[in-house]
Design a protein. Structure first.
Length: 497
């Protein structure tokens, strides 16, 4: 859009400028070059012409409620201090602009007569942190000139705090005059000039000091090692099940060759009747040790289900170690744990090597779901490829004095080449999660899920990188990868006991 601006100041000086929000010119053309025959502005004030305005913006601009908010946020100082009245009439009805009631401050800093060497003096700088959110149009620190808000400096801090901060600053007559020379013709900003740059940086430093006063200081956060280890195991199990290409490593010498894993994209919706958990207590067993299988069946349908679960254990050469069958009655929208008998190993009966456990879920008519896992008796399991996450560790988004680091707003840093994923301990979401849990058990569960979610986010990035690297990334692939990661998160929620 093209904006034309006419201005007559208090001394009667006329000025015309034109341009866009990014670029302005106040020397080469006149109003008549754009609107032939249009009389010039003939009184003190400003007239703005907007050429080629978008219909939706025009509708918003002519919404009297929006316009009145804009007037109150821009001219609040002269409305408050000089009792100036603004009347808005877009539809034949006079409406008086009123200032909103701002929330009560919890903390306030007031600076008076701040001298900026070689520049001038800030007469008043007021900063307030409130008990409730401030109206969006008043957030930030208003830079006042001539009783008008020229712009608002944003506050760079997490949203729950940022939305409760507002303030303003005004200047002595000398600095006001210097800032006028820097002001854009549309009165909505300043050019990149010395005076404005020094004022801006001085105010920003005061804002930063104020933020250090109101933001909580960094506290030491302790999380049990066992909780972190459970999160590592969970994310690696999920990646192994859903995105094994992220675990792939070079062939290991001396290990029985296997066919290359075919990567299948899981169905978009989790199967309603399924073997939800099927895993051993460990991957390698010695003779006289016992295999304990953790197995749960989920029924997410609206009906009770009568089911059969068949379990087989066999050596990879074909010899069966165990067979069993369980009858189940599972109510609608529920889960049932199967108490599978413990399985012992005897060096006189059982052959060493790889075993395959297979669970099959059936009703009276068909097979519904099947899952497998491998374990090893008196033999070293083949080395897997890289674990996707070897370790979850932590870092702080704040320095000890409360200063924000560059990654303070991130949940975690990108996983590094050592497969360590650094979680930002003091991220507001992680803090709220720990504060809002009602028991230690619930807190541990939520921490594991939070860590796992961070790991899934990293898996999403890596999968996108892989597809981009082999030139197969398109919108359909992006959606499939997104769905796959959603399913991983869904599965994580179910697996955490």
């Amino acid at each position: 859009k093209l904006v034309l601006t006419e201005t007559i100041d208090e001394e009667g000086n006329y000025r015309f400028s034109f341009g866009t929000s990014e670029e302005w010119d106040d020397e080469t053309k006149k109003l008549e070059d754009f609107i032939p025959g249009e009389p010039l502005l003939n009184h003190q004030g400003t007239r703005i012409w907007i050429i080629g305005i978008k219909p939706e913006f025009k509708d918003e601009l002519l919404d009297y409620r929006t316009f009145m908010k804009y007037i109150s946020a821009t001219w609040w100082e002269i409305i408050r201090n000089y009792k100036v009245t603004f009347i808005v009439n877009f539809d034949g009805v006079d409406r008086k602009v009123e200032l909103p009631d701002l929330p009560k401050p919890l903390k306030e800093r007031s600076f008076n007569n701040l001298r900026i060497r070689g520049i001038g003096e800030i007469r008043n700088l007021i900063l307030r942190y409130c008990e409730k959110d401030v109206s969006e149009e008043f957030r930030g620190v208003a830079i006042q000139r001539g009783g008008m808000t020229v712009l608002r400096l944003p506050v760079y801090v997490e949203t729950p705090i940022k939305s409760r901060i507002y303030g303003y600053c005004n200047f002595d007559s000398d600095l006001e005059m210097e800032l006028k020379k820097c002001e854009m013709p549309n009165h909505f900003g300043f050019f990149n000039r010395k005076t404005w740059n020094h004022v801006r940086e001085h105010v920003k430093r005061k804002i930063d000091d104020f933020l250090l006063e109101i933001t909580p200081k960094r506290e030491k956060i302790m999380i049990e090692t066992r909780t972190i280890e459970e999160a590592v195991k969970l994310i690696n199990d999920l990646v192994s099940d859903y995105a094994p290409e992220l675990l792939t490593g070079p062939p290991i010498e001396g290990v029985r060759s296997r066919k290359k894993t075919k990567v299948l994209v899981p169905p978009r919706e989790a199967q309603q009747i399924r073997i939800d958990i099927f895993r051993p207590n460990q991957r390698k067993f010695e003779y006289n040790e016992t295999l304990v299988i953790n197995c749960e069946i989920a029924n997410d349908t609206n009906d009770k289900k009568d089911l059969f679960f068949k379990l087989t254990l066999r050596h990879f050469e074909g010899t069966y170690k165990h067979k069993s069958r369980y009858e189940l009655c599972i109510p609608k929208h529920s889960r049932k744990k199967i108490d599978i008998q413990l399985i012992d190993f005897d060096d006189k009966k059982d052959q060493a090597g790889e075993y395959i456990a297979e669970g099959i879920l059936e009703d009276r008519n068909e097979q519904l779901h099947k899952r497998k896992f491998a374990f090893y008796l008196d033999a070293e399991p083949p080395k897997r490829g890289k674990a996707f996450v070897k370790e979850f560790s932590g870092c702080y988004g704040k320095e000890r004095d409360g200063t924000l680091r560059y990654f303070a707003k991130w949940k975690n840093l990108p996983i590094n080449e050592k497969r360590v994923l650094l979680v930002v301990w003091d991220h507001p979401e992680f803090v709220r999660l720990r504060e809002n849990t009602r028991s230690k058990k619930a807190e541990i569960r939520e921490i594991i899920l939070y860590f796992t979610r961070c790991g899934i986010d990293e898996a999403l990035k890596k999968l996108l990188e892989l597809k981009y690297g082999d030139n197969t990334l398109d919108l359909d692939k992006i959606q499939k990868i997104k769905n796959l990661c959603d399913e991983m998160l869904y599965e994580a929620s179910l697996r955490i006991v």
